[in-house]
Design a protein around this ligand. Structure first.
Ligand SMILES: [Zn+2]
Length: 244
């Protein structure tokens, strides 16, 4: 295992990592983690409506704009490495070779934990497909028979970050992360997403509400720890613990 602590985000589209786990990225970057973000696509077809309303817009122009936004947001969050696969969206599809490329990234990073989308999302099948790919490539990265001789992956937790319209997605958070110390960085990254300005305040309110849940679940009125901003996550795998 490498000395350096690392984490890996697998994002279906270019902006998802900002709304859904930008705080986790910035917080862990400040704690000394190298956080790698893989954007499987730029969200150029499905999540760039504002850009498409501009006259003379083309797919290449949208992709260029979305890449620039993602790069700027990554800098704001302290992302160690932003890897853009540019696989296209709506629908997002990976060939086996694309999956092996992602396995190579996972093995190179050796993440202590991974982050991706909710497992169910009937509004946005790219999102749930990305999670299926995250699970599949995590599994392959653990296989001793895949590229024998390479360092295999351990068993990093896969945290599912908060989807839009949570109640429709079968997403149930079991972890709340206090991101108050890095909120300014997350808001700065959010504001890099000029094509989705309608979501800036929405995701600010989400963070404020999750901060209330952070306090409620850390003791509530009988001594809960206050947070101003938080993010919720659902873990896929059991944790191995010696005490609770
Ligand atoms: Zn998305």
């Amino acid at each position: 295992m490498p000395q350096k602590k690392t984490a890996l985000v697998i994002s279906a589209h270019a902006a998802d990592f900002v709304w859904r786990c930008g705080g986790a990225i910035a917080l862990h970057a400040e704690k000394g983690y190298d956080v790698t973000v893989v954007c499987l696509s730029f969200g150029e077809r499905g999540e760039s409506a504002k850009l498409w309303k501009e006259p003379g817009m083309t797919l290449e122009k949208v992709k260029t704009a979305r890449r620039a936004e993602a790069e700027k947001a990554a800098v704001a969050l302290g992302v160690h490495d932003l890897v853009c696969f540019d696989l296209g969206d709506y629908p997002l599809r990976l060939t086996d070779d694309d999956k092996y490329r992602l396995v190579d990234v996972i093995r190179a990073v050796q993440p202590a934990f991974m982050l991706s989308h909710s497992q169910y999302d009937p509004y946005n099948t790219d999102h749930m497909y990305a999670t299926q790919v995250a699970l599949e490539t995590r599994m392959i990265a653990q296989a001793w028979g895949h590229k024998p001789g390479e360092t295999v992956l351990g068993a990093p937790q896969l945290y599912l970050f908060e989807p839009h319209q949570t109640e429709q997605m079968g997403w149930k958070p079991d972890t709340f992360l206090d991101i108050t110390p890095v909120w300014d960085r997350k808001r700065a990254a959010i504001e890099c997403m000029e094509g989705q300005e309608h979501l800036w305040d929405f995701y600010t309110r989400v963070a404020e509400n999750r901060a209330n849940h952070f306090m409620r679940n850390s003791g509530g009125q009988s001594g809960g720890r206050k947070a101003k901003y938080a993010e919720g996550f659902q873990s896929v795998f059991p944790r191995t613990v010696d005490e609770l």
